[in-house]
Design a protein around this ligand. Sequence first.
Ligand code: FAQ
Length: 321
Amino acid sequence: MSEPTQPKGSDDPAQVAAFEARIARGETIEPKDWMPERYRRQLVRMMSQHAHSEVVGMLPEGNWITRAPSLRRKISLLAKVQDEAGHGLYIYCGTETLGVDRAELIDQLLAGTAKYSSIFNYPTLTWADMGAIGWLVDGAAIVNQTMLAHASFGPYARAMVRICKEENFHKRQGYEIMATLAAGTPAQKAMAQDALDRWWWPSLMMFGPSDKESPNSAELLRWKIKQKGNDELRQRFVNLTVPQAAAIGLHIPDPLLTLDKETGDWEFGPIDWNEFMQVISGNGPCNRERLAARRKAHADGAWVRDAAVAHAAKDAARSAA
Ligand code: FAQ
């Protein structure tokens, strides 16, 4: 494990001012640079939640790998799920540059004390859900992460550049599944519409609470970790997605959706924030199932970790000799 770059609690005002001047000039902060302890903690919080989301996010889609309707679909889905594992690893590596061990973060996830994205606590009931996840969930992730690719912390921003390229492929494979189903038999089209109905509102919740209810946004924006607030990104996602739904003949399940001709924004109905709070407090439809699956995978993989440690020790002994 790498060490934190300065002793905790050493935030003297002159250093903070110099740091904030660097942020104001648009400079990138690197792991060995001085940073306020609070900046480091905010990054660890956000990046670890993000890494956990990628890892837990493999589960809803993993559910359909053995049931993909063709070899082509199976290969794409397998590749996508593998990519998500890779994204989790890049981001955990980013947190290691901030002095936090990946094992410690995974322990928090398995203990149920860490957050991960609310979206992955919903079930995947039909094949169309693979389309809806790629199109909507990866689509939302791209909107959010394209902004994070300009985050002030270098390792996180650079991870986002690569991740966004892969998410683009994910989104296209999802939209293609939805377009194919929507142009299929009435039953296939109904399946696509049902998936959109179930995933639409949870996708809007991915962007987090509205700005006025978001305790972290002000600080993250000030330090340019986030470049935009939750509401602006949510609106951007809605504006991009509404025409995509219309193009394949599907209906967004929101009777209040209307185009504001002056701003060009699609105004949408109220989000059920009670549902969001329930899901992020551990009471969503699949929270318990997701954690149970991660705990089992961790226990089943113990022998792999043991073997890797033994191999590394052998290698080190050989090099020393
Ligand atoms: N779910 O003050 P804010 C993906 C929490 S990756 C759960 O607004 P912040 C790829 C928040 O943590 C998806 N918790 O927080 C993929 C905070 O709690 P805390 C993940 C949420 O940080 C696709 C509290 O509420 N992406 O999908 C959520 O300023 C397909 C107050 O909120 C990222 O993590 C939520 N939706 O803004 C994989 C991107 N929203 O920590 C597989 C990086 C909020 O104080 C398949 N993260 N909370 O206890 C971010 O951009 C931000 O952290 C936000 C939240 C926007 C998620």
